[in-house]
Ligand binder design. Structure first.
Ligand SMILES: Nc1ncnc2c1ncn2[C@@H]1O[C@H](COP(=O)(O)OP(=O)(O)OP(=O)(O)O)[C@@H](O)[C@H]1O
Ligand SMILES: [Mg+2]
Length: 473
């Protein structure tokens, strides 16, 4: 399987453009970095190993799209992608090598991804097998066309329409041909959906092999809890459980079971590890929060610097134990991001700074950007609110002027108070539509036109009143 047969940088940027307004430098940088992974994989193995990924540091004020870029990238890049907040590792309970858990988490992402792909290919086969199983259950006397007959009186199989558990008894001495015929009849009914609601009894196999491997690679609390649960499961016995379910549910359960049987666990692990090592991406958000100003002492700082030191070997390339084996992090791409409004990139320990050679700055957003953000992205705020309210039969109509006015107010508040970027649009929007949201059920069937005067009426007073806006917007 070809790991990540990539999009061109242009295509990546075009895809990001659908959600993020502006920030072209950042988009280009991540697009190029992504493409370079694909390029590297096309090289012969010996030169491939020499090429280390160029890790990126995204710097920009709050609310201008850093995290949003990461989020979108994750969805479109097709490579194992993990986003973590660097601050997570300064929390109580995380010590030392727990920073490595980001690699374990990335491997888990890769595993799930590859497993889903492989299972998608096996789905037809699994469904075929599940169908046979359901037929076996529906026709206990007729094992797979063998014609082994049970004792009973009725002649032709009846097709009950009630919801009683179904067991068709076939008269003794019935020929294999006839049994086959019955089975096929049932298969037809099954496929036509006529038996969906019928109750059957299935034996559900307990999966979740107890594993002790978890202990090997980690020391944090979550993993430990998981192992304990596994052991409990082992002691109480991974027994099979009989359940009464509808045919519809039975199919789901059986298909899942068959899929688990059909996929080759080792192959998944092998492919997943390959992808993680060769094209995995870790997005380290809020990295500025673990930078030290250097002028303060105290426990927090020690712990932050500790986290930086712990991250270092992972970024640099080291082997990390996971429950799927050892993962080499040398070629994993790291993208770090931070607002750096209090600290500076130079407040990071020098070794770590050096590991992020590519710096991209994101610009603060202008009034015009705000207008576009309200309107253009696929998940634009205006679209979201319009959709939300339409579920109550309220039809929102924004006129263009009104949107300009909203972005103008957002920019104004941002400049006068704290600049929180596009997040300001969220508060503005909430404030603007509060009344409508509150009484939407009574407004059902109406069209609400949002005009400049509507915006002014709802917002202007608040924006102009310094004290009010400090609390409300
Ligand atoms: N350039 C942009 N285009 C479209 N939407 C944006 C843009 N910038 C920010 N947003 C929206 O604003 C919100 C906050 O953005 P995001 O989470 O990316 O901020 P950030 O840069 O990571 O800030 P912080 O430094 O506070 O983490 C998101 O809902 C996002 O959709
Ligand atoms: Mg962010």
């Amino acid at each position: 399987m070809e790991p990540l047969d990539g999009m061109t940088p242009k295509e990546i940027v075009a895809e990001l453009d659908k959600y993020i307004i502006g920030q072209n430098k950042a988009k280009r940088a991540v697009a190029i970095a992504l493409r370079n992974r694909t390029r590297r994989l096309r090289l012969p193995e010996d030169s491939r190993d020499e090429i280390a990924p160029k890790n990126i540091l995204m710097i920009g004020p709050t609310g201008v799209g850093k995290t949003e870029i990461a989020r979108r990238l994750a969805k479109l890049c097709g490579a194992p992608f993990l986003k973590v907040e660097a601050t997570k590792y300064t929390e109580v309970g995380y010590v030392g090598r727990d920073v490595e858990s980001m690699v374990r988490d990335l491997m888990a992402v890769g595993f799930t991804m590859v497993k889903a792909e492989m299972q998608a290919n096996l789905r037809d086969e699994a469904e075929r097998r599940a169908e046979e199983q359901i037929l076996d259950i529906l026709l206990p006397g007729l094992r797979n066309g063998a014609g082994a007959a049970a004792t009973s009186q009725g002649t032709s199989p009846s097709f009950p329409t009630g919801n009683a558990p179904l067991a068709v008894m076939v008269p003794e001495g019935e020929t294999a041909g006839r049994a086959d015929h019955t089975r096929e009849k049932f298969r037809e009914m099954l496929r036509a959906g006529a038996l969906e609601e019928r109750t059957v009894e299935i034996t559900q196999q307990r999966t979740g092999m107890p594993s002790f491997e978890v202990f090997a690679g980690s020391s944090n609390l979550e993993d430990l809890e998981m192992s304990v649960a596994n052991i409990t499961n082992m002691i109480t016995g991974g027994k099979n459980k009989r359940r009464s379910v509808t045919v519809r549910e039975a199919r789901e359960i059986l298909v899942a079971e068959q899929l688990d049987k059909l996929v080759d666990q080792d192959k998944i692990v092998e492919e997943a590890r390959l992808r993680v090592e060769q094209s995995g991406i870790i997005f380290l958000d809020e990295i500025d929060k673990i930078a030290n100003r250097g002028d303060r002492g105290g426990g927090q700082d020690v712990s932050r610097e500790g986290v930086q030191r712990d991250i270092l070997p992972i970024v640099e390339g080291s082997n990390v134990n996971t429950k799927w084996g050892v993962v080499d992090t040398t070629h994993i791409l790291f993208i770090a991001a931070g607002a750096f409004n209090v600290s500076k990139p130079s407040d990071l320990i020098p070794e770590l700074q050096g590991r992020f050679p590519l710096r991209v700055e994101l610009e603060s957003l202008s009034e015009e950007d705000f207008r576009r953000i309200l309107l253009e992205p696929k998940n634009a705020l205006i679209t979201q609110y319009t959709q939300l309210l339409s579920t109550e039969g309220v039809n929102l109509e924004f006129d263009g002027e009104a949107i300009s006015r909203m972005s103008n107010l957002a920019a104004e508040v941002n400049s006068r108070m704290e600049n929180i970027g596009a997040r300001r649009l969220h508060t503005i929007m909430e404030m603007l539509l509060e009344d409508v949201s509150f009484s939407a059920s009574e407004l059902s069937g109406q069209t609400i036109k949002i005009t400049t005067s509507y915006v002014d009426e709802r917002l202007k007073g608040v924006v102009q009143d310094q004290d009010l806006s400090r609390y409300i917007l």
